[in-house]
Design a binder for this molecule. Structure first.
Ligand SMILES: CC(C)(COP(=O)(O)OP(=O)(O)OC[C@H]1O[C@@H](n2cnc3c(N)ncnc32)[C@H](O)[C@@H]1OP(=O)(O)O)[C@@H](O)C(=O)NCCC(=O)NCCS
Length: 209
């Protein structure tokens, strides 16, 4: 229950508590969120998984607590999108030297759809892609290889390209109770003492605490 560990499983170098390998003021990660990578070193998450995230647009990546991010999931920012209002797809604006474009003109080279915000207890599947400006609600599940282009409501499973809702994880009453409880904000000891209620789906006992 030490959120400051890099490798929370002593024999496992493929899984990290993500917040401890991210050193970028525009990326925030909550306690206990894990990233697993069996292809590349997970400590290189920012380089390998946060794509087209250039300082010029100042977008943020915000990830909550207790999320599970599977191998190869990626967060793709606006700078990967050449501006669609331009008559050309070619990004003239970034060739400041060769095409004599004044530096301030660079920002016009991209549209800016803003931050990517991931709630708490979100599970992002293998090689899913979350695109610019998307907000994913608490408890959502992103299926393997989904491409998420729109906001995902809390406790909703989405999949496909573009990702569409598959189903809700629980009935509306249970979802409301979970969101009100917000167990991810409890002290770690309180969560540990109630792991059986959480993992066995005993919502009424959990909220009755
Ligand atoms: C989405 C997922 C959670 C399963 O959820 P589920 O509700 O049990 O889904 P089901 O298997 O019952 O399938 C329900 C529907 O979703 C579709 N579906 C399942 N996985 C999908 C995917 N990755 N992409 C698109 N559609 C998917 C099924 O084809 C089915 O469609 P239908 O209703 O038209 O027949 C699971 O398939 C998944 O993607 N898990 C992530 C696994 C992963 O990446 N793990 C990495 C290690 S942590």
């Amino acid at each position: 229950m030490n959120p400051n560990l890099i490798h929370p499983r002593s024999q496992d170098r493929q899984t990290v508590y993500l917040k401890n390998v991210v050193n970028d003021p525009t990326i925030e990660v909550g306690d206990y969120t894990i990233y697993n990578d069996f292809v590349r070193d997970p400590v290189d998450f920012v380089t390998n998984n946060v794509l087209y995230h250039y300082p010029i647009n100042q977008e943020r990546l915000i990830i909550g607590k207790f999320c599970s991010i599977a191998c190869g999931a990626k967060f793709m920012f606006t700078s990967g999108n050449h501006a669609l209002r331009s008559l050309a797809t070619f990004p003239f604006g970034i060739f400041t030297d060769d095409w004599s474009v004044p530096f301030p003109e660079m920002t016009k080279t991209w549209d800016n759809r803003g931050d990517i915000i991931i709630g708490n207890d979100v599970w992002i599947g293998f090689e899913a892609i979350i695109t610019q400006g998307v907000t994913i609600g608490d408890g959502a599940i992103i299926a393997t290889r989904a491409v998420v282009t729109k906001d995902v409501p809390p406790y909703t499973i989405v999949g496909g390209v573009p990702a569409k809702p598959i189903r809700k994880r629980f009935d509306d009453e249970t979802i409301a109770k979970l969101q009100k409880t917000a167990w991810w904000n409890w002290p770690a000891e309180k969560i540990r003492d109630r792991l059986d209620m959480i993992t066995e789906g005993r919502i009424d006992e959990l909220v009755g605490e």
